[in-house]
Design a protein around this ligand. Structure first.
Ligand code: PSU
Ligand code: MN
Length: 318
């Protein structure tokens, strides 16, 4: 673990949060501000999973549970979201509830930030949107369920998630359960390599996990011991945490549902930012809620691992 943390410290630089504290577009929750000032461990969390990734009320309960797990592991949670045109780093329970129930919340990636902010809208930040806010606030670790990637047939549609380019340009450690097999995992890993993103599987296995299953059939290129890592690269890191064994059992059934949902999305002409939410919802319907159960279980697990990383990082920087 220490070797791993030293590696993180060398590669993750946090921008000074002095500027963003004064920035009227940002509201940093007092608990988060205090923790950052005291060099306590803080874990950033995204909110598209709340607004577009899970149905109400599971989105709300999961958001609260994940925050509770982070606290129980000794870190401070900072869920990122946009409320009436302001970027919030750290949300109150009422604010989480608002986003969880909102029918008009936008899905906000890097591309959407200027519009959503200028129009005073509210929304859930994707992995890319959350990375931007976390980095500005000075938070080095961010936990999510799954990141976006290269969609199947992406070589023709060019539907490649902004999460991947963000990982290439923003030095944050992102903890996820890999990418869903609704995506083209091989091409996603290739694209991450092009973007210079260090991808490492957390734990004993080298296999890059496929969200609902522990193995994707592709290996993580674990670069931890190479010398390039002391160069202070301004790029992100992706830690892939395999889903706990006991929740991976439903993998095959979910895989079949994914095939169906991907085909339906293409038949219905679902495109762009609507693809991922459409597929997540359909897979949940087709598996009668089993995919949601697995999703919740792996996010709980990621929150634990991410908190350990944040705590170890904070200890080392004291
Ligand atoms: N994958 C999931 N659940 C999610 C998402 C991805 O299993 O909720 C969300 C994340 O917020 C991610 C976003 O950043 O979808 C990616 O969307 P797109 O594929 O449109 O880039
Ligand atoms: Mn897309």
């Amino acid at each position: 673990m220490w070797k791993f943390v030293t590696f993180l410290r060398r590669n993750i630089t946090t921008s000074s949060c002095r500027r963003c504290k004064q920035d009227s577009l940002f509201t940093i929750h007092p608990h988060v501000k205090e923790a950052l000032a005291d060099h306590k461990p803080v874990v950033a969390l995204e909110s598209t999973i709340i607004t577009h990734g899970m149905p109400y009320p599971y989105n709300f309960s999961t958001a609260k549970e994940v925050e509770a797990i982070v606290r129980a592991e000794g870190a401070i949670p900072a869920t990122v979201g946009i409320l009436e045109g302001r970027i919030h780093v750290g949300l109150s329970t009422d604010e989480l509830d608002f986003l969880a129930q909102s029918k008009t919340a936008q899905k906000v990636s890097r591309r959407d930030l200027p519009y959503v902010i200028s129009q005073g809208l509210s929304g859930g930040t994707t992995v890319s949107g959350t990375m931007i806010a976390a980095h500005k606030a000075g938070i080095p670790v961010f936990v999510t369920g799954g990141i976006g990637g290269v969609h199947r047939d992406g070589e023709n549609t060019l539907d490649v998630s902004a999460d991947l380019t963000e990982l290439g340009r923003t030095p944050i450690a992102v903890v996820s359960a890999g990418v869903k097999s609704i995506l083209d995992i091989g091409r996603t890993l290739e694209f991450l390599e092009t973007q210079g993103v260090c991808v490492a599987t957390y734990g004993d296995s080298k296999s890059f996990p496929a969200f609902f299953s522990q193995k994707s059939g592709f290996d993580s290129p674990f670069h931890v011991s190479t010398s390039t890592l002391s160069l202070g690269l301004q790029s992100g890191l992706l830690f892939a945490v395999p889903i706990p064994e006991e929740h991976a059992a439903t993998g095959q059934q979910i895989e079949e549902a994914i095939q169906t949902a991907v085909a339906e999305a293409s038949l219905k002409g679902v495109m762009g930012r609507d693809v991922t939410p459409f597929i997540l919802q359909r897979v949940n319907e087709l598996t009668k809620g089993k995919s949601l159960q697995a999703n919740i279980a792996l996010i709980h697990n990621n929150a634990k691992v991410g908190s350990w990383i944040a705590c170890a990082l904070a200890e080392r920087s004291e």
